[in-house]
Design a binder for this molecule. Structure first.
Ligand code: NAP
Length: 607
């Protein structure tokens, strides 16, 4: 009310009536609206108007760029959807700038087109051990093979996504960059390697690269539009997103493991009512966690800091260590930054090249509290120290429910991560944070799309779902969705965990789905109920002929869960099944699987 009174009394200083193209009615509306806006709302509105203006302009047809129009090809390699999302956003911005743009998954980019491409933007993530995401495997193999052509005509830019706590940080992006240069291509803009808190670095890279592209297009005679304020398109700016999370209330919180289990898995239901968010089976929910209060206290004590110290952004040190900074992960990159800001000699000593192997072993499973204790860093200056820390990244959990069955809420299966190193129990940041939350409390969330993990469009297509442990989560959404939509394709679920009696997640729901015909077949592998370990891949091999029959009938195969061991073991089992039943050798089986991957009949959500 106060703002409205003020608005009527004070005409806006920035709409001089003599120069304004607005009608008196429009001027009155603007005068009333503007003083009521917060600074954030004003920035958003200016972006909205810029985006509106740009989207109202005719843009060139994608497939038939006009003479002289700069054509840009944006390709992405994406496993969990981050690189894909950025590529979509950048393609939108290029289009709004008046340039012609093609957007493709690397799986759909025919390598022979490289010779005809002049401007290539490549955005890719890296998987755990430096591997490319699934949709980039075939393209990377081609580029690194002898078949790759010389690319002197090509100008390109690479944005690499990764996690600096892994040794092969951003390796896939680095490999692409090096190889493209090796083939004679010229960088349009330097590669940027983004850590888990990639949003700002990626936005800066896009801003600068867009400037370069626009300058080049202008030099070629193309009229371009600078959309500098609106980084996202209008509809995206208003929605809840990674950078504008929705506070979702927890409406259900249940332990899934039975009494006596050595694991704890929580079934959580979160209300997204009123958020406007939408999701599909295969998508994940991103959650911003907080660090455990006991760990923050231990860190402050180990360093002899004052938690009430006020930092430059107005937060106290205690608040920042709780919800802003990552304090549980050590990496070489972090230690190098800490040396630069603290000049602690014990740290630089640990970074000496001859201690590389020792450092690699030391950082596994240890955190900042260990580091401060072990290197006697008590008294290091807090302000400088925190500038070296990474932002606490959101964690992604596969959504375990279908919006067709539960329109207003998402369900998650979250396993509590805990382990002991150096005599201290440590917890997974987000699983612990969620495990401590009661019904009625809320957490900041966003939906992370994963177009690489989708049910077949054909409701009659058979599906095989392989999901040990919490890898079962997205398949609960798949089965619910197919049941809600009346899809009649056959479905086969393979689940594994430690013990039948205590760890059979959602057991009664699967039995009910079988009775109702929503699930055609289920095989289970409980690894610790017998003297010999039984895993899901053993079940696949036991039923090799049947699995192969399903594959030959066009079945889609989905794998979700642990990346390092389970996913490659399952792939080996599938290869073995194809070899045994088709009579082909290992190359033939690899080609069979590659074909399935290319036609999206082999999809994995593994990490
Ligand atoms: P887990 O530790 O993977 O254990 C599940 C079962 O898999 C156990 O019986 C385990 O047996 C067995 N297993 C161990 N090694 C295996 C191998 N090489 N091949 C096949 N099975 C093997 O279960 P979890 O704790 O639920 O972890 C699942 C993984 O999925 C995590 O890496 C998680 O990050 C990931 N994930 C979670 C979600 C989610 O939404 N929650 C989604 C996607 C992926 P033993 O322990 O007896 O050896």
């Amino acid at each position: 009310m106060e703002n409205q009174v003020l608005a009527e009394a004070t005409p806006s200083p920035w709409t001089p009536r003599s120069l304004s193209p607005l009608t008196p009615e429009q001027t009155g509306l603007v005068d009333r609206l503007v003083p009521t806006l917060t600074p954030e709302q004003r920035v958003w509105l200016s972006g909205y108007l810029a985006g509106w203006d740009a989207s109202a302009r005719p843009t060139p047809q994608l497939d038939q760029p006009g003479a002289g129009v700069l054509e840009v090809t944006v390709v992405y390699g994406s496993q969990t959807g981050n690189a894909h999302g950025l590529a979509e956003e950048f393609a939108d911005r290029i289009r709004h700038a008046g340039l012609s743009v093609k957007l493709l998954s690397l799986a759909d980019f025919p390598p022979r087109e490289l010779r005809q491409t002049e401007h290539l933007i490549l955005i890719t993530s890296t998987q755990g051990d430096g591997d490319p995401p699934d949709n980039a495997i075939a393209f990377k193999e081609f580029l690194e093979s002898r078949k790759a052509p010389r690319l002197e005509q090509l100008r390109y830019a690479v944005l690499a996504l990764g996690d600096s706590s892994y040794e092969y940080f951003c390796k896939t992006g680095r490999d692409f960059d090096q190889r493209l240069q090796g083939l004679g291509a010229t960088p349009l803009h330097p590669r940027v390697d983004c850590d888990v808190d990639f949003v700002e670095a990626a936005q800066r890279w896009m801003d600068q690269l867009l400037e370069t592209l626009c300058a080049e297009a202008t030099a070629n005679g193309t009229e371009t539009v600078r959309v500098t304020v609106s980084r996202r398109t209008v509809s995206q700016a208003v929605a809840f997103s990674r950078s504008n999370p929705f506070r979702a209330e927890i409406v259900e919180h249940v332990e899934l493991n039975g009494r006596g289990s050595d694991r704890s898995t929580r079934h959580l239901e979160l209300s997204l009512s009123g958020s406007g968010l939408t999701w599909e089976p295969g998508d994940s929910l991103g959650i911003y966690p907080q660090n455990e209060p006991n760990l923050v206290r231990a860190l402050v004590e180990a360093a002899d800091w004052d938690p009430a110290l006020v930092l430059d952004d107005g937060r106290t040190l205690g608040e920042a260590l709780t919800s802003q900074y990552e304090i549980t992960v050590l990496s070489r990159i972090l230690l190098e930054k800490l040396v630069a800001v603290t000049e602690a000699s014990a740290l630089s000593d640990l970074l000496r090249p001859e201690r590389q192997e020792e450092l690699r072993r030391y950082i596994v499973g240890r955190d900042l509290v260990d580091l401060l204790h072990d290197l006697c860093l008590r008294g290091v200056p807090a302000r400088e120290f925190v500038t070296a820390l990474r932002r606490l990244p959101p964690r992604l959990y596969s959504i375990a429910s279908s919006s067709a069955a539960f329109p207003e809420e998402v369900h998650l299966a979250v396993r509590l991560v805990d382990y002991c190193t150096d005599g201290r129990v440590r917890y997974g940041v987000c699983s612990r944070h969620l495990a401590e939350r009661a019904v009625g409390e809320s957490v900041p969330v966003f939906v992370q799309r994963n177009p690489n993990f989708r049910l077949p469009a054909d409701p009659h297509a058979p599906i095989i779902m392989i999901g040990p442990g919490t890898g079962i989560a997205p398949f609960r959404a798949f089965v619910q969705e197919r049941q809600a939509l009346g899809a009649d394709g056959a479905s086969w679920l393979l689940f594994g965990d430690r013990h039948f009696r205590t760890d059979f997640l959602y057991q009664s729901e699967w039995l009910q789905a079988m009775r109702q015909g929503a699930l055609t077949r289920m095989d289970v592998a409980f690894s610790r109920d017998s003297s010999r370990k039984i895993y899901v891949q053993h079940r696949l091999l036991e039923h090799a002929a049947e699995v192969y029959r399903w594959l030959e009938r066009g079945a889609y195969v989905y794998v979700c869960g642990e990346e390092q061991n389970m996913a490659p073991d399952v792939e080996r089992a599938l290869t073995e099944i194809i070899m045994r039943n088709s009579g082909s050798d290992s190359d033939g089986a690899a080609a069979y699987l590659a074909e399935m991957r290319a036609s999206r009949r082999y999809q994995r959500d593994v990490y």
